[in-house]
Design a protein around this ligand. Structure first.
Ligand code: DGL
Length: 272
């Protein structure tokens, strides 16, 4: 009854941590495509092909349901995967919608027309590919009107995290927040639109100041997955064992994951 969780690298561990705490009886298989991270500077075709390969690997592990715990893959590949590639017996879900529903104060499945919401000025921090896709703005426009979104492509941050360089990651986050604040001095809310960024959430919050509400995905996705599995229990696949797979060097990825998650995480080679 396992569920697959995919990211280009370490970022999806923030989502995995929350879903595993929310659903302790469910085994999760995590796949980090660390050998090919960051995705945020790749073409959409490239992201599509890599994400399909990783998803196939998770299906092979008995995970009929795969969560793309990666905004870049959700933005650049998910729609095309669902329309052209995913067979009827499998499901692939992204991580945008729960976040947008929280921001716009909607319940799951509320498809009523877009309406005015409390927040008017929203800062979006995401990878260059996610910002270029405008997927957040598209999903938001289905649900809310009159929201001004200022997007900051945060080049380099995923790379620094994948290298285990917290000092560089912090410096880059501060400079991206400053760049955004020059264009939008007083956002009411900030979206961390990349699952790597919660690993630096304290830095985002510090640079943005205490008056900005920072939204990140982990707990929102966990609630949404629990709700989905109550409605679709048959999507729990045949896999029985939790594990961590990586296309990168297992020892080095394990040590960086342990550093960022502040607990022991042991990866094994995905292609062994
Ligand atoms: N964690 C991925 C995301 O949510 C990072 C993408 C990348 O590898 O650039 O977008």
């Amino acid at each position: 009854m396992a569920v697959g969780v995919f990211d280009s690298g370490l970022g999806g561990l923030t989502v995995l941590d929350a879903v595993a705490r929310r659903l302790p009886e469910v085994p999760f298989v995590y796949f980090g495509d660390n050998a090919h991270a960051p995705y945020g500077v790749r073409t959409h075709d490239d992201i599509f092909n890599l994400t399909c390969a990783a998803t196939q690997r998770l299906w092979d592990e008995g995970c009929d349901l795969v969560i793309l715990a990666c905004n870049t893959a959700s933005a650049a590949a998910l729609k095309r995967m669902q329309e052209t590639w995913v067979p009827p017996t499998k499901r692939v879900l992204g991580v945008f919608v729960p976040l947008i529903e929280a921001l716009t104060e909607r319940q799951w499945g509320d498809n009523s027309p877009p309406r005015e919401v409390a927040v008017k000025h929203v800062a979006l921090f995401a990878t260059p590919a996610t910002v270029a896709s405008r997927a957040f703005q598209r999903e938001l426009s289905f649900r809310a009107i009159g929201v001004d979104v200022e997007a900051q492509p945060c080049g380099g941050v995923v790379d620094a995290i994948e290298q285990g360089d917290e000092i560089l990651a912090e410096a880059l986050v501060r400079s991206h927040v400053e760049a955004l604040k020059r264009r939008m001095p007083a956002p009411e809310a900030a979206i961390l639109g990349c699952t790597h960024y919660p690993l630096m959430q304290h830095v985002f919050q510090d640079a943005l100041g205490p008056n900005v509400k920072v939204f990140s995905q982990a707990n929102l996705v966990a609630e949404s997955l629990a709700d989905y599995l109550t409605r679709r229990p048959e999507m729990l696949g045949s896999g029985q064992v939790s594990k961590f797979l990586t296309t990168g060097d297992a020892a080095s990825v394990s040590s960086k994951a342990t550093q960022f998650m502040r607990k022991s995480v042991r990866f094994e080679a995905a292609l062994a």
